[in-house]
Design a protein around this ligand. Sequence first.
Ligand code: ES4
Ligand code: ZN
Length: 326
Amino acid sequence: SAHSDLIHKLPKAELHLHIEGSFEPEMMMTLAERNRIDIPFKTLDEAKAAYDFNNLQEFLDLYYQGMNVLRTEQDFHEMTFAYLQRAKADNVVHVEMFFDPQAHTERGVAFGAVTEGILGALERGEKELGITSELIMSFLRHLSEEDGFVLLDESTPWHEHFVGVGLDSSEVGHPPLKFQRLFERCRELGFKLCLHAGEEGPPEYVREALLDIGADRIDHGNRAMEDPALIEILRDTQIPLTNCPLSNLSLCVLDDLRKSPVKRQLEEGLLVCVNSDDPAYFGGYIGQNYEAITEALELSSDQIVQLAKNSFTGSFLPDDQKTKHV
Ligand code: ES4
Ligand code: ZN
């Protein structure tokens, strides 16, 4: 597009990325063979053909199945470094990355192997690629609050390596309030709180995340736009919204990107930014997300620059490092 050059050159931060969602089918095939694990796909084309979702749950079923071939620290390192190389190609200079430890410990993979694999790659990414990063440990909301407390406890030796905690997986039926005591404890421990809310779930879930939990960031937040009172709160507090255009399209949160709330959110003065969510599953990394939303909403160059600035303002970087980019 006319804005491709700008989109590419702008330094960007990625704030909503599930590292397991960057697991490309090519690498999945390689690791299946290396770890001698059966997968239901014989060819790349077969795998990609399965990536056709009607909703969040259909995606999640495939996402949890795909990560079944991840077993060793090296596997997690390779997946994470491959993502960082893709991010570098899009001029991403800072990443705040989710990971889903419960999806691995449930399968008998040690928390330490997962976490050390990811952390080692992040360290290497800073040295070799100049990308700074933070890690966010996410709780699976389809599991119980008690399961979350078990993870929080088990992860104690690594707490200094996490900037925050997240809440992801199946949203409807699992409101933020289900985890109120867990997030209260996480806040006491000094973690930033990032909650997926208003992706498929109703505006009430965004309200709970903001007012009952005290979220520092709302992931997705699309459906907040149904409630004028929530829009006002988001404007007044400047709580960031991490929008994911190609995710919204793939999961049928939107039937057309022209219906994306991003432009209206910018016009209303909300702190929205653009992210890739699960790029291996949703058809594109962050650059392609900027391209798609720019074209669909006919964003101006000022609006594109604003989105990139918002990604730094909305990050957990210290203020003096944010201002280098905004
Ligand atoms: C996710 Cl798009 C999305 N929504 C909720 N949970 C997730 N985990 C990974 N991707
Ligand atoms: Zn997400």
